[in-house]
Ligand binder design. Structure first.
Ligand code: CMC
Length: 431
């Protein structure tokens, strides 16, 4: 809280609105007492101007393209860390020491199996079920298979059995959902493999074709997961907080977050980008047709993978992913015409006034799908990959929300009612 305030004048009466300041100097009008003081609410659809909580997890400066987790620059973390180190950082606020990392690594192995009864669930989804619906269902059901403890029952520095269990099990569930989808036998987690190595092995190992964990693939996946690990109050994270604020426990709150992520305007965009590129490829590579459609005010078509609510410059994650994309494809010796197509589209769009004037740059989803394709991950699993990455962020925000009395108040926006004011009831015979 600063000592300053803003003056709000309504119908000639003046009100003091306190100003709060973030640790990086951004200022916000504190309207928590507004309704009580003035009788007015604010109207802000899409929450374009609304700070929903105070948070010490992630700093994002959309104007200058800066993203930091717990104060560390995203590029340093993506270049130097393991995904589980970053998960630990988000959860606890600090990077782990060697012994803390060992313990956390051990937990990832200890909790990797899922209850065998859960496996029957997979059998009863219809063929070609979306891995996102499977993931959301299975994560919600962890609530019953692993009754959740109180938040502070067994924490060790911000990590609880509940959170470590979820972080480990989600990749087993994700890989099993893929195996069930293609009708192959399940591959169980191994104690000798890393977090990412284990996931890739569970995805690609087959009885007749043993998978050799490729360090290039492990490193690419590790980087992608880190770059997706948190993004402050985005749609799915806000969903996790909102659902959690009603007193819903961790696993079902995360299940709700997975559903929110699924949307093509959010995490579903990575799969939608590849589908868009494939459509353009099949349409004689006529990308200008699609760029023009996206610019047409009478056409609702959008160029997926461009634009962001908060970045008004190049998304720093997209910058790193674009760089990684070329490196990974070169190292794996993969030629993907979709990469050339994506680069051509970016080139045209970055010189086009429509996109320049609206600050529409590639976002995190524009190039990530091309890396997933190179790793052999099918398009319908892309958003699941986003969920694996975003999980530590979701858990951290859920925990932070519960620890802060103020933001753990049940989330309950108001509305500006536009319906009929009141009318006399008409009985069924008279309608
Ligand atoms: N292609 C063409 N025009 C666009 C696009 C696009 N991808 N995105 C925004 N615009 C235009 C939009 O039509 C509007 O134009 P006008 O001012 O003439 O009406 C203007 O830009 C502002 O758009 P908006 O819808 O008000 O912006 P928003 O902040 O509500 O939406 C967005 C952000 C990400 C939903 C949007 O840019 C979009 O739909 N992008 C495509 C989907 C996508 O790639 N989503 C992934 C986002 S990154 C992953 C994540 O963090 O979730």
């Amino acid at each position: 809280m600063t000592n300053q305030s803003a003056q709000l004048i309504i119908e000639g009466k003046s009100y003091d609105i306190p100003i709060v300041e973030s640790t990086t100097g951004e200022r916000a009008l504190d309207i928590r007492q507004l309704l009580k003081q003035t009788g007015y609410i604010t109207f802000d659809s899409g929450y374009m101007n609304t700070g929903s909580c105070q948070s010490a997890v992630t700093y994002l400066d959309g104007k200058n393209g800066i993203l930091r987790y717990r104060g560390y620059d995203i590029e340093d973390l993506a270049t130097n860390c393991l995904f589980i180190e970053v998960a630990y950082l988000l959860l606890t606020g600090e990077l782990p020491t060697q012994s803390e990392l060992e313990k956390f690594r051990h937990d990832m192995i200890r909790f990797a199996l899922i209850h065998e009864d859960m496996i029957h669930f997979f059998d009863h989804f219809p063929p070609n079920s979306s891995p996102m619906s499977i993931l959301s269902t299975m994560v919600g059901s962890l609530h019953d298979f692993y009754p959740e403890m109180d938040l502070d029952e067994d924490p060790y520095g911000g990590v609880t059995t509940m959170t470590a269990r979820l972080l480990s099990k989600i990749r087993t569930i994700a890989a099993f959902s893929y195996k069930k989808n293609i009708g192959h036998p399940l591959v169980y987690p191994r104690a000798d493999l890393s977090y990412c190595g284990n996931f890739l092995n569970m995805m690609f190992d087959r009885p007749n074709m043993p998978y050799k964990v490729d360090p290039i693939a492990v490193s690419a996946l590790n980087k992608l997961l880190i770059l997706h690990a948190d993004h402050e109050q985005n749609c799915s994270t806000s969903t996790v907080r909102l659902v959690g604020s009603a007193g819903v426990r961790l696993y079902p709150s995360i299940s709700a977050g997975i559903s929110a992520l699924w949307g093509p305007l959010h995490g579903g965009a990575n799969a939608a980008v590849v589908r868009m590129l494939e459509t353009i490829q099949a349409d004689n590579m006529d990308y200008m047709k699609y760029i023009n459609k996206a610019k047409d005010p009478n056409d609702s078509y959008r160029l997926t993978g461009f634009g962001h609510r908060v970045y008004k410059t190049y998304d720093p994650r997209a910058k790193l992913i674009k760089q990684a994309c070329t490196e990974v494809l070169n190292s794996l010796n993969v030629q993907d015409p979709l990469l050339d197509l994506a680069q051509e589209i970016e080139h045209v769009v970055s010189n086009d006034d429509y996109f320049i004037s609206r600050n529409l740059y590639p976002n995190v989803d524009f190039y990530s799908g091309i890396i997933y394709r190179a790793l052999g991950i099918p398009t319908n699993m892309f958003t699941v990959m986003f969920a694996l990455g975003r999980l530590p962020g979701w858990i951290t925000h859920w925990q932070e929300m519960h620890m802060d009395k103020e933001s753990s108040r049940i989330g309950r926006p108001r509305q500006v009612y536009t319906g009929v004011v009141s009318r006399p009831f008409v009985s069924l015979e008279d309608r």
